[in-house]
Design a protein around this ligand. Structure first.
Ligand code: MN
Length: 213
């Protein structure tokens, strides 16, 4: 849950601390990219979200509530609230010594839906590679089934206005700021290397928590 700095004022969201060192994802994601991505990009989404929320009369209790009802908010809140929500999720979905394969119920569900892990991976890669311009690629649960899809900009599948809907399990940021310093224009190389840092425990948590809700 998000911390609320003041209950008398508008809800104040805070930049979450990165759950590992900036260089923990080396050599796959470099330290400088992580510093700029977390501190500057995510930091700016949080600052601008808080600024935009000053215009909102009924202060929402959580970022998830804002996201799910995003059609009632301004474009600034959609972009910056989405940015805050998506990145908060994304950092946790990576870790030092990550990679490998999903375990348990998530592994079973992936095999059931996509035939094999390798098939899932190639479909996910294809979606992430083909996403035009800035956006995200997602593995979600929708109507009890796993699905792969993309959202533009900082949209999220939980947003009521999103064309691609579902509850997020795994995501990758394919904005150029996520990879350009190291991979330049080669998004496909970034996507391929990103699998080495995926935190499958966190993805499994996301999956299991949904199933038991
Ligand atoms: Mn980003």
């Amino acid at each position: 849950m998000e911390k609320i700095a003041s209950i008398t004022d508008a809800v104040k969201f805070e930049l979450p601390v990165l759950p590992y060192a900036y260089d923990a994802l080396e050599p796959f994601i470099d330290k400088m990219t992580m510093e700029i991505h977390h501190d500057k990009h995510h930091g700016m989404y949080v600052t601008n979200l808080n600024k935009a929320l000053q215009e909102v009369k009924n202060t929402p209790s959580s970022i998830e509530e804002i996201i799910k009802n995003i059609s009632h908010y301004s474009t600034a809140i959609r972009n910056n609230g989405g940015g805050h929500f998506n990145h908060s999720m994304f950092w946790k979905l990576m870790k030092f010594n990550g990679g490998g394969r999903p375990a348990g119920k998530l592994s079973d569900a992936i095999n059931q839906e996509f035939g094999s892990f390798d098939n899932f991976k190639s479909k996910f890669n294809e979606a992430a590679t083909k996403q035009f311009g800035s956006g995200w690629t997602w593995l979600v649960v929708r109507n009890g089934k796993l699905e792969i899809g993309t959202t533009p900009n900082q949209d999220n599948p939980l947003m009521d206005i999103s064309e691609f809907k579902g509850s997020p399990i795994l995501c990758i940021d394919v904005w150029e700021h996520a990879y350009y310093l190291k991979y330049k224009n080669k998004r496909v190389d970034y996507i391929n290397e990103w699998w080495n840092v995926v935190n499958w425990d966190e993805a499994l948590n996301n999956f299991v928590n949904l199933k038991t809700k």
